[in-house]
Ligand binder design. Structure first.
Ligand code: ADE
Length: 241
């Protein structure tokens, strides 16, 4: 059986997990460095995808079809959309949707043409494991959050939406909330990975820490939070799962 692929868009999101990789070997494909090694007794494949749906889809395809990954976990940050989704909260995706997919009137808005679906379900067992791990990690005050001046945070589970846009105005996030009221968070890769894993019949999970509220302050909150908190949260939750 192949490794578990752990993928992030940015170095800041994967840094702490990468630091724990043992017996590392490196292969470069399509401009990406695939790090094979062991993490807590598991064979893993660590790789940075870059930002956006195409970058994520390319990376996921290589991980599954070239490296034979048996499952894929995407981890990183997202912008909060739900009213109670605050910076520092964790979101585990149960379903993912591409909010910028629109081939209407040929197909219903959001539907991926010719697949008959707009939502792709994450693997329920992987999502359960991530929720349980997040519950454990979040039950204690976290040093990375404390450094950032944030106290207790929550774990949400449900719909995560993805598109090739950094959502950086209150008007745009309000429009997304109105169109997709049950969306918890917005990011730029998860739904692309979901579609690829669905095509390959391989289980996947998406774990996100909220770096911003996808509003007018998003561009300020995003880099600070991503650098200071996201990597450690990803590591602690992934390693507990
Ligand atoms: N990832 C983190 N914050 C985001 C935002 N506001 N929009 C899109 N992707 C994000």
């Amino acid at each position: 059986v192949g490794p578990i692929a752990i993928v992030s868009a940015l170095h800041d999101e994967l840094r702490a997990i990468d630091a724990g990789l043992q017996g590392r070997s490196l292969q470069r494909r399509a401009g990406r460095d695939f790090h094979v090694g062991r993490l807590q007794g598991h064979d893993v494949l660590l790789v940075l995808s870059g930002i956006g749906k195409v970058a994520a889809a390319t990376t996921a395809t290589l991980a599954l079809e070239v490296f034979g990954a048996r499952a894929l976990l995407f981890t990183g940050v997202a912008g909060g959309l739900a009213a109670d989704a605050q910076v520092g909260d964790v979101v585990v995706a149960r379903e993912l949707l591409q909010h910028d997919m629109d081939a209407s009137p040929l197909f219903p808005r959001y539907e991926v043409p010719l697949t008959g679906r707009s939502r792709f379900a994450a693997d329920p067992l992987l999502a359960d494991a991530l929720v349980a791990a997040a519950g454990e990690v979040l039950s204690q005050p976290h040093p990375a959050l404390q450094r950032f001046g944030i106290g207790r945070v929550r774990c949400h589970q449900g719909l995560v939406i993805s598109g090739d846009r950094f959502v950086s105005t209150a008007a745009e996030s309000a429009a997304l909330r109105a169109a997709l009221p049950e969306a918890l968070a917005v990011e730029m890769e998860g739904a692309a990975v979901a579609q690829v894993c669905h095509d390959s019949g391989r289980p996947f999970g998406v774990l996100r820490t909220l770096s911003d509220r996808a509003d007018d302050a998003a561009h300020v909150d995003f880099p600070r939070f991503t650098a200071e908190v996201a990597a450690e949260f990803s590591r602690d939750i992934v390693c507990a799962a």
